[in-house]
Design a protein around this ligand. Structure first.
Ligand SMILES: Cc1ncc(COP(=O)(O)O)c(C=O)c1O
Length: 462
């Protein structure tokens, strides 16, 4: 007999309270009056360094819709930056969270452990690439997990140096700021940064003289690392298989595999930062799988727990176990409610075939974006995989990044009830990160708004 006090299973988009209709609707201008009131309170209470993309306050969300405090229904093409991959407040996640919080919300895994943490680690050990013995450790945020991957790699190798790439984004803590490439807004005035972090050239096919020659781009990076750092000093090489904040840069084929092989040959721990690209986002569970790469360590967060804060480092037992007891952890790491959400999200992904759904969604997005690129010369690149697609905007002819046009297109979408994010070192990339469960009609509606935005803001090819 189902427990009537708990929400029962239902279609994607049903929230704990009432189903959220999967339809865009605007009942006020954006922002509406209630959002404007809250914005005034926000400005008086919240620190200026904490920005918000849209001046619209959320009241509820379900599936692919965010409902604001004025009753507007917005289509979410951002998933809270690639987090609600399974959809907002999907019933299984809501049930898992409610059950767990009613049992206990916290004991601290390093004091009295609990099964949910172990089960999430077992799932991660099973799902990540590689058929060797693995271990996992859980954390709260992506940046915290990246920091711990570096700690573990240093401890395992006895080396200090960390290699990262141009356009990389790994977080906003001190070490991860050092690892992140872009100055504004992430680093400016926040130094000095952690040492022993070295940046290698990325493969960025659109803007790289080596174009789509991934092997040559890898040879260039390796040559820089060997000459400027020394292979024997490198503890780990940390790379996003598809870069996120840097502009959804998909390196040329062969780039990531060549770096992985170099790491193996030189005793360097190869760390895939899959915080944004992982967890059924790109048509595989992890983006490295597109080229059959098996990382030593995989860092996960965002889509792992259906919206609850959780992150992890997973990898070879021989590396993961190198850290001494008590060297890894934290008060809240692997919170039981977040673990329950993760187990529900993973079960949903597997039971509902969401990896394949992401692949199909990618095909639809890509064919729409390629059509759009044929009409607008400012749209100079369509890239990404699965439900992680982006378009790069530039001045036709010169190819100079056009952040202004990208921002105007995103703002047009916002005004019309579609949450669209930009990114990129040059701020000229519009990224699409819908929940992989997004309803077909809802996606079509959102894409028609994006097409209108181009028509309104960019000039059509003669
Ligand atoms: C690739 C990558 N690594 C790390 C992070 C940092 O994650 P968090 O914001 O949870 O600290 C992000 C966040 O966007 C990311 O995209």
């Amino acid at each position: 007999m189902p427990d009537p006090t708990l929400p029962q299973s239902g279609a994607v988009g049903e929230s704990a309270a009432q189903p959220v209709p999967q339809k865009r609707s605007l009942v006020t201008e954006l922002p509406g009056p209630r959002s404007r009131e809250l914005a005034a309170r926000r400005d008086a209470a919240v620190a200026g360094g904490v920005s918000s993309l849209m001046p619209v306050f959320a009241a509820r969300a379900g599936g692919g819709i965010v409902v604001d405090v004025d009753g507007n229904h917005l289509i979410d093409l951002g998933s809270g930056i690639a987090v609600t991959t399974v959809g907002h407040s999907v019933p299984a996640v809501v049930r898992g969270v409610q059950r767990q919080i009613a049992e206990f919300s916290h004991t601290c895994f390093t004091i009295t452990p609990y099964e949910g943490y172990v089960a999430v680690c077992e799932a991660l050990n099973r799902l990540t690439p590689g058929d060797f013995e693995k271990r996992s450790a859980l954390f709260n945020s992506g940046a915290e997990a990246v920091e711990n991957a570096v700690k573990i790699a240093r401890r395992a190798t006895g080396r200090d140096a960390v290699v990262v790439f141009d356009h990389a984004y790994h977080g906003r803590t001190n070490l991860t700021m050092a690892m992140t490439a872009k100055n504004m807004p992430y680093k400016d005035g926040f130094g000095p940064f952690a040492g022993e972090v070295f940046r290698a050239p990325m493969s960025y096919p659109l803007r790289d003289p080596l174009g789509s020659d991934g092997a040559a781009a890898a040879a260039r990076a390796i040559s820089d690392i060997e000459s400027q750092v020394g292979a024997n000093r490198v503890a780990c090489l940390v790379i996003e298989p598809i870069q996120g904040e840097g502009g959804f840069i998909e390196p040329a084929p062969g780039f990531v595999p060549a770096l992985s092989a170099w790491c193996t040959a030189n005793g360097v721990v190869f760390v895939a930062d899959e915080v944004q690209s992982g967890f059924a986002r790109t048509g595989h569970f992890f983006a490295v799988e597109h080229e059959g790469v098996v990382p030593d360590l995989v860092v996960t967060a965002k889509g792992i727990a259906g919206g609850m804060p959780l992150s992890a480092v997973t990898g070879r037992a021989s590396i993961m176990d190198a850290a001494h007891a008590g060297g890894i952890g934290g008060t809240y790491t692997g919170n039981p409610v977040s673990c329950a959400a993760a187990l529900a999200a993973i079960e949903t992904i597997e039971a509902d075939g969401l990896v394949e759904a992401g692949r199909r969604l990618g095909d639809r997005l890509r064919s729409f974006l390629l059509d759009l690129a044929a009409k607008f010369p400012q749209l100079v690149d369509v890239r990404g995989r699965g439900a992680m697609q982006a378009i790069e905007i530039a001045v036709p002819g010169s190819g100079a990044p056009d952040a202004g046009l990208a921002a105007r297109i995103a703002r047009h979408c916002h005004r019309n009830g579609v949450i669209t994010l930009t990114c990129g070192t040059y701020g000229n990339v519009i990224r699409l990160l819908p929940p992989v469960t997004i309803d077909d009609d809802l996606l079509d509606d959102a894409l028609s708004v994006l097409a209108d935005a181009f028509a309104a803001e960019a000039s059509v090819t003669a």
